[in-house]
Design a protein around this ligand. Structure first.
Ligand code: SF4
Ligand code: SF4
Length: 217
C-alpha cells in the first residue's frame, strides 16, 4: 500500500515573481536547529489565514498573556496546560487584525517556528481549501543549489518523502503523522538516512525511522 501526497501546484509565473529561498543546505541546517524560523515573508500573511489550529504550549506564557482566554481551549490528546487557538469562518487567526498579527512581538512559538519552505523542500502541498495560498507561496520559493551538497541534500529529502509514501504500510499503525506539516517535518528530520544510496532493506529503514520518531515523541 502506498500513501499519495498531494504535490505543490506548478505556478505559471515569471521568474521575477519567484522568491529567493536561500541556499538549500544552509536552509536545511537552520531548519533543523531549534529557535525561531527566519522566513523573509515580506508582506505575506497566508499562513495566518489558512485554517491552522495554533498550539499554545505551557511555556508560551507571554503569548497567553496577550491572547484573550475565550479564544483558547484545551489541546485534545495533550497534557493539561497545552491549549489550542482556532480560526474564524474564513480560516483566519483571531489575532490577525487589519491584515497584521496584532500580537506579533508576543506570538506563540508555533507561529515563530512555521516556515512554509518545508513544503517547497518536500514538494508536498500544505493542504487544500483555505491552504491554497500557502501552497502558492511555497511554490514561489526558489532554493539555490550552487553546491553539490545542496543537490545531494535535496535528493535525500525527496528520497525520504518517497520512502514514507511507498512504505507507509510497514510502519506501526498510527505512528506516522497524517497532516502535511508533520509529514514534511518528518521527511526533513530523517533525510540523513537517505543521503547515500544504501543497501539497507526497507524494513530496517522503517526500524531506524521508528526509533527516531519515538525518541522525539
Ligand atoms: S505562508 Fe510562508 S511566506 Fe507567507 S507568512 Fe507564512 S511562512 Fe511567511
Ligand atoms: S498569532 Fe499572529 S502570527 Fe500566529 S497565526 Fe495568529 S496572526 Fe498569525
Amino acid at each position: 500500500m502506498s500513501k499519495q501526497f498531494v504535490l505543490l501546484p506548478t505556478l505559471d509565473i515569471e521568474d521575477t515573481e519567484r522568491k529567493p529561498a536561500g541556499q538549500f543546505s544552509t536552509w536545511l541546517a537552520e531548519n533543523q536547529q531549534s529557535g525561531d524560523a527566519d522566513v523573509p515573508c515580506g508582506g505575506c500573511n497566508a499562513c495566518c489565514r489558512s485554517g491552522y489550529f495554533i498550539h499554545i504550549t505551557p511555556q508560551d506564557t507571554d503569548a497567553r498573556s496577550h491572547i484573550p482566554g475565550a479564544l483558547l481551549f484545551p489541546a485534545p490528546g495533550l497534557a493539561p496546560g497545552h491549549m489550542i487557538m482556532g480560526y474564524n469562518e474564513q480560516g483566519a487567526c483571531p489575532m490577525l487584525i487589519d491584515e497584521r498579527c496584532s500580537i506579533y512581538e508576543h506570538r506563540p512559538q508555533t507561529c515563530r517556528d512555521y516556515d512554509c519552505r518545508i513544503f517547497t523542500a518536500t514538494n508536498i502541498a500544505a493542504g487544500d481549501g483555505v491552504k491554497a495560498e500557502v501552497n502558492e507561496q511555497a511554490a514561489r520559493w526558489q532554493f539555490e543549489y550552487a553546491q553539490e551538497t545542496d543537490r545531494l541534500k535535496q535528493s535525500a529529502v525527496s528520497a525520504a518523502i518517497n520512502f514514507l509514501a511507498e512504505h507507509c504500510a510497514l510502519f506501526e499503525q498510527d505512528l506516522l503523522p497524517t497532516n502535511p506539516t508533520q509529514i514534511a517535518l518528518l521527511a526533513i528530520s530523517i533525510h540523513h538516512l537517505f543521503v547515500e544510496p544504501s543497501p539497507q532493506a526497507p524494513i530496517d529503514k522503517v526500524a531506524a525511522i521508528t526509533q527516531l520518531i519515538e525518541r522525539n515523541a
